[in-house]
Structure formats: C-alpha cells, structure tokens
Design a protein around this ligand. Structure first.
Ligand SMILES: Nc1ncnc2c1ncn2[C@@H]1O[C@H](COP(=O)(O)OP(=O)(O)O)[C@@H](O)[C@H]1O
Ligand SMILES: [Mg+2]
Length: 364
C-alpha cells in the first residue's frame, strides 16, 4: 500500500481519477512495478482495474498524480508515443488484415525494414505455434487463436511494458488455462514487464509475481500470491481470494504472537496475534476450509464440535458442510480420506493457531 518505489520501472504516484464531474473512481493510487515483473490487478467488477490500466496506456488521463515509466513522467504523453503494448478482452484484430499483416502492423508503423518485419513475424508465428495460419483472416480463427495473435501483436515490437485487460475472459476454461500458461511462457521468454487485469482469483494466483487487490478504487493489499492468500491484510482480501469461514467472538487475552478468543458459541480458540486487538475487543476470525482438519491439528490448536451436514465429492477434493454446535455452519475441504470416515454424525474438527486470522469485527 505504501508509496511508489523510486527505482521501479513503472510508478503510479498518488493518482486519482474521476470521470467528468463525478466522484473519484480511483483514489490516491500508489503502485510500483519492477522491470520484468508480472503484476496482476485483481478485484471485483467496478473496482477500478480497467481505469487504472487505461491511465497506464494513456487512453484515459489522470485527474491528479503522475505515471512514471522508466524514470520519465508520461502522464501527458499520448498513447501512441508511450511505446506500450496493449491486449484487450475483445480481440481487436484488424478484420481486413491477415494474421501476418496484423502482426506486421506495429512494426510497419514504427518504420522497420521489410526483411526485419518478415523475420519478426515468422518468429512470432512460431512462438504462438500458428505458422500455418499466416494468411488467414481473423474471422476464420477460433477465439483462442485470435487472442494468441492479439498477444503476439502486443509483444512483437518488444515494448518494455505490456498491459492486458482480461484477455482470456471470453474463452472457455480449458483454453483459458492453456493460454495462461502460454502467456507466462512468453513472459519468461521475453522478460517483458506485464500488468495484467483479471477478476478471476485463480488466474491471478497462478500467473502473478505479485497481486494488487483492488476494492472500490483502492488497493487493499499488494503481495505475492502466497502472501495475499496466507496473510490477507483485510477481511475483503480474505473473502475475495479463496474461501473463508468466519467465526465471531471476543478477545480474552492478547499475548506474544497469540490471541485467545471466546466465540459467541462459547468455545475458546487460539489465533495469530494482530496489532491493535486487545482483551474485550469484538473480532471475526478467518479460517480457510482446507485448514479445518478432522484429526487433532498440530499444537497449538482449537477444537469445534460439529455435525456433518453433507459431502460433495469433487475428485481432487471433497467439500464437507458442517453444522456447528450452537452456531452456524463451517466448510471443510479435504483432499484425503479422513480417519474413521466423514459420514459420521458428530465430528470434532480442529484448526491450528496459525490458521486462524483475527480481524476487528467492524473491519471490512
Ligand atoms: N467512461 C466512464 N465514464 C464514467 N464512469 C466510468 C467509465 N468507465 C468506468 N467508469 C466507472 O468507474 C468505476 C471503475 O470502473 P472500471 O475501471 O471499469 O472497473 P473494473 O475494470 O475493475 O471493472 C466503475 O464505477 C465504473 O462504473
Ligand atoms: Mg474492467
């Protein structure tokens, strides 16, 4: 969340944006992207991801603050002079040009020689495994093929920065996963800096070096996929990325590295500590479903008494819906057989202290 890092390749500094006279849709945004990094902007629809990307590309003006690329303030440089590659969700290939002509276009407009253009187009076609499609028109390509060409076209002039706005949003799941890997491979191969937008948390987790989690025009947290998943900074991040059980309670004692809480259902549980929380405070405690276990968790751990409501077998894992004694439901996700089976009526479930993340009850 802190200020932009002075040595970064891309810096967004105190940027805000409002459309016309409306209230700001981006509020005091600070962001830095290292050279070669794959940064993803993740957030729900309307949280300001596209607006941020469009300001980086130059298709939207900042209302305040600055965008710095390679040490140069580009806030008022027009898009075509920023030298940034852009890929949108809709493929946006030129329909009247063949695949090869589409790929050649950014090179032609930059005045490269014919031989060099031919060479680079051939290399790009090979990179996306579409050499046989050079003379096809976009209308004769599948969605996935069109998007491959769009990605290659954004990279072919070797821009230092490439922006992608939900480029795989229109593709079905299998193709999307294939293309995720392909974009990652292209990223590794070219060393380009990529800012990638998605509302799909699994896409963000699997592709990114770092994820910036957007909510209502602000960044709630920036960190590696592991950081945002394991150490969510806010309840919003805990809920938006992955699934979370919420337990309501009151802090009993706040000690070194540990916090003890009494749940509103009566049980005492152990959590990680959190700055600012003290005895008597109302809390909500996040516990991931995969951290709910059916045999005694490694110490220190807490126990809840539950009854199994139903099981959903999903192959890779089984989802178990549990009713807590006196209070609501709990979701557990297990990947292996539980000792004794889970179809039992009553079950004691456990979670370790480290798996329980407390927040102030009124935090959002
Ligand atoms: N051209 C526009 N004019 C007015 N409001 C806009 C415009 N584009 C986006 N907005 C508003 O700005 C907010 C952020 O939108 P957007 O950046 O598209 O979010 P996201 O890409 O995360 O879905 C939304 O409230 C949206 O309605
Ligand atoms: Mg968008």
């Amino acid at each position: 969340m802190g200020g932009a890092d002075a040595g970064a390749y891309v810096r967004v500094e105190n940027v805000w944006k409002s459309y016309g006279a409306g209230t700001p849709v981006i509020k005091n945004l600070n962001l830095s992207v290292a050279k070669g990094e794959f940064l993803t902007l993740l957030g729900p629809s309307g949280s300001g991801k596209t607006t941020t990307l469009m300001m980086l590309a130059g298709f939207e003006q900042v209302s305040g603050g600055a965008i710095v690329l390679g040490g140069r303030d580009i806030s008022s440089v027009p898009p075509y002079r920023r030298g940034i590659g852009v890929v949108f969700q809709s493929y946006a290939l030129f329909p009247h040009m063949t695949v090869a002509e589409n790929l050649a276009y950014p090179l032609t407009t930059r005045g490269l020689g014919r031989a060099e253009i031919r060479e680079r187009v051939a290399a790009a076609l090979q990179m996306i495994r579409m050499s046989d499609f050079a003379s096809r028109y976009p209308a004769k390509l599948s969605g996935g093929q069109q998007q491959r060409v769009a990605v290659a076209r954004a990279m072919i002039f070797r821009p230092g920065l490439i922006l992608m706005d939900e480029p795989l949003g229109a593709l079905d799941r299998q193709l999307r996963e294939e293309m995720q890997r392909e974009i990652k491979d292209l990223h590794d191969l070219t060393g380009a800096t990529i800012v990638y937008v998605t509302h799909d948390q699994s896409e963000a987790l699997s592709m990114s070096d770092r994820i910036a989690v957007f909510n209502k025009g602000r960044i709630e947290q920036i960190g590696s996929p592991q950081e945002v998943y394991r150490n969510p900074a806010t309840p919003f991040v805990a809920s938006f990325i992955g699934e979370t059980n919420w337990l309501a309670g009151t802090v009993v004692s706040a000690g070194e590295g540990e916090l003890k809480a009494r749940l509103s259902s009566g049980e005492e549980v152990l959590c990680r500590s959190k700055d600012g929380l003290k005895a008597g405070d109302e809390v909500k405690i996040a516990v991931r479903p995969e951290n709910i276990v059916f045999d005694r968790a490694p110490e220190p751990a807490s126990c809840l008494k539950t009854k199994t409501l139903d099981l959903t077998y999903l192959g890779l894992c089984t989802r178990i819906r549990l009713a807590r004694e006196n209070a609501g439901e709990l979701l557990a996700v297990v990947s292996q057989q539980v000792p004794g089976g889970y179809a039992k009526e009553a079950a004691e479930v456990w979670f370790s202290r480290d798996a329980a993340i407390p927040f102030a009850a009124d935090a959002t």
